[in-house]
Design a protein around this ligand. Structure first.
Ligand code: 5GP
Ligand code: ZN
Length: 133
């Protein structure tokens, strides 16, 4: 399979590894957008959240939490943003499931939230569309 993250995991493409265990691989994102931008991926090729199984999600979130805690407790950061895209419509560009961790410092002036266009429907209209049961 021609997947860039699978190639990073098997070592055929080099990466700057932050952490690895049996199920998870974490490495620095090559984008030059923000210091410490980290990607956390399952070793198993999973396309997106719709393809994600319970066990993998548990391993992955455990690693995301551990790395986030490490950044805050040992690396001088004050918080993290955790970002994710599933599906082309959501802006996913690499179709191997991943979380982005953005380490944050107080007053770093990084805006991790997009400029949303403003809500067009009422909350009750959206509740009718989205609620489960
Ligand atoms: P997405 O847009 O799918 O949420 O995120 C994909 C991320 O993968 C991007 O932030 C991009 O910079 C990163 N990326 C793409 N190719 C490579 C690569 O070869 N090495 C590393 N380290 N990151 C990559
Ligand atoms: Zn893959």
């Amino acid at each position: 399979m021609d997947c860039i993250f699978c190639k990073i995991i098997d070592g055929s493409i080099p990466s700057r590894k932050i952490y690895e265990d049996k199920f998870t691989y974490a490495f620095l994102d090559i984008a030059d957008d923000v210091d410490g931008h980290t990607l956390v991926v399952p070793k198993k090729h999973i396309r997106d959240i719709f393809d994600l199984d319970k066990l993998t999600s548990e391993h992955l979130l455990t690693a995301v939490k551990m790395i986030s805690q490490h950044y805050v407790e040992k690396c001088g950061y004050d918080g993290v943003n955790i970002l994710h895209a599933s599906g082309e419509a959501a802006g996913q560009t690499v179709f191997h499931f991943h979380f982005h961790i953005i380490p944050r410092k107080t007053d770093d002036n990084i805006n991790c939230w997009t400029n949303f266009p403003g809500r067009k429907k009422t909350l009750d209209e959206m509740l009718e569309v989205l609620k489960i049961n």
